[in-house]
Design a protein around this ligand. Structure first.
Ligand SMILES: NC(=O)c1ccc[n+]([C@@H]2O[C@H](COP(=O)([O-])OP(=O)(O)OC[C@H]3O[C@@H](n4cnc5c(N)ncnc54)[C@H](O)[C@@H]3O)[C@@H](O)[C@H]2O)c1
Length: 390
């Protein structure tokens, strides 16, 4: 069980501020609900939009103190940074191009950071954040949501223990269909900025969902990309950036991979699926059915493991919240990332050191890798799908 959900100990809540997540925004509200699930931190400050009226409305809806609603992220970070009861961490849920300046200013003001992916639109900026976080000794989480599922953590441990034997091949995909038409032309907010290179960066499809594949495979399988070749396509007329991508990957230790991400795959919602093949066995996991995984061995019948019913490795089991058959999903995965981050931050603030297990949330280093992955895919595609060293 998640620590604290059953414990009677009273501890003061950490305080956080949010940038982005105003009325009509998507992921900010998911973050707020995920943090609230374990009641370990409370929303104290906000700049939810560039439009102050929206920030005021959102803050009012959330029952916040008006004094801590700000007109700009600069004002919020600089003012909060000087307060005795300042926020402990900031959550950044704005479009991609603003992640870097907001994260940088927060770190400069001694505030720990949670930023959504992709970390930045340029790997040099991402590396600067990594350096700054280390220099200031601040925690930095990049919310690659899907690593929060208990079954994913179990599969990761299985692979690390060698249950599948040396890995040979990875097949991972993330198909969606929400951009199968030019939705960005209709005024739909989320599609609008994702299709705009100024706000989203050099890639849409790889940046938005291909980056989840890269992080998920790296987390699950522990494989490091050595080289890749990618073909990014744009199927919808008038669109500038990619809406479909096919990527071949060579990893260290001889394994190979094939990734497909798509926003024009009619019939698919959020179909992140990973299959990993070793010399002795294989496994398959899908984001839309995240409480289960299929595991096959050469010499045994295929099995389906079920979160809540079957014994997961203890670390993974700790993240399971309710009995089998009551599905846990996206909110719980997000909440698991926050429960680990907040617990780690609490220990850090009280001067205690942290083990690797206690730091099991996606860090700034993974954010850097993600941005490099996007850049390498775009570079390869521009060179007619040439192989590019990572
Ligand atoms: N981890 C995940 O699974 C996941 C899922 C969806 C989105 N995301 C990421 O989250 C981020 C936001 O995506 P979204 O779909 O919620 O976008 P959105 O357009 O729905 O929301 C963005 C919000 O940021 C606000 N904003 C923009 N600039 C601002 C600024 N300078 N100061 C204050 N507020 C500002 C907007 O007003 C809006 O409220 C993106 O980086 C996206 O890639 C991650």
């Amino acid at each position: 069980m998640i620590e604290g959900s059953a414990s009677g100990k009273k501890a003061s809540k950490l305080k956080y501020g949010m940038v982005g997540g105003g009325q009509d925004a998507f992921i900010g509200d998911v973050h707020r609900k995920a943090v609230a699930m374990d009641s370990k931190a409370e929303l104290t400050a906000g700049c939810f939009s560039r439009d102050y009226k929206n920030t005021l409305l959102t803050g009012e809806m959330l029952g916040m103190d008006k004094e801590r609603l700000y007109k700009s992220f600069q004002e919020m970070i600089e003012t909060e940074g000087k307060r005795e009861d300042k926020i402990d961490f900031i959550i950044i849920v704005t479009p991609n191009n603003s992640h870097f300046p907001i994260s940088k200013l927060a770190l400069q003001n001694g505030i720990h950071v949670v930023c959504d992916k992709p970390l930045t639109t340029d790997s040099k900026d991402a590396e600067e954040l990594e350096r700054l976080a280390a220099e200031k000794d601040l925690l930095f989480c990049v919310t690659y949501t899907y690593t929060g599922y208990p079954v994913v953590k179990h599969l990761r441990e299985m692979i690390a223990k060698g249950d599948l034997g040396p890995l040979r091949f990875v097949n991972a995909e993330y198909p969606q269909d929400w951009l199968a038409t030019s939705l960005e032309e209709t005024g739909q907010k989320q599609a609008g900025w994702r299709a705009d290179p100024e706000q989203t960066g050099i890639s849409n499809c790889v940046g938005d969902i291909g980056s989840h594949i890269e992080n998920m495979v790296s987390y699950l399988a522990g494989l490091k990309i050595q080289s890749l070749c990618a073909r990014l396509d744009t199927f919808v007329e008038g669109r500038v950036l990619d809406d479909n991508a096919c990527i071949l990957v060579d990893y260290d230790k001889g394994a190979k991979g094939l990734y497909w991400s798509s926003q024009i795959a009619v019939g698919h919602d959020n179909g992140l699926r990973v299959r990993i093949y070793g010399t002795k066995g294989s496994l398959g996991w899908s984001q839309e059915n995240p409480n289960y995984a299929k595991i096959s061995y050469l010499d045994k019948p295929t099995e389906i493991i079920s979160r809540g019913r079957d014994d997961l490795y203890p670390h993974a089991q700790n993240y399971s919240r309710i009995p089998a058959g009551h599905p846990e999903g996206y909110f719980e995965a997000f909440a698991n990332i926050y429960s680990t981050f907040i617990k780690a931050l609490r220990k850090k603030l009280s001067g205690e050191s942290l083990s690797k297990e206690e730091l099991d949330f996606p860090g700034v280093d993974e954010g850097v890798q993600g941005v490099k992955f996007i850049e390498k895919c775009v570079e390869s595609s521009k060179k007619n799908a040439a192989w590019i060293d990572f």
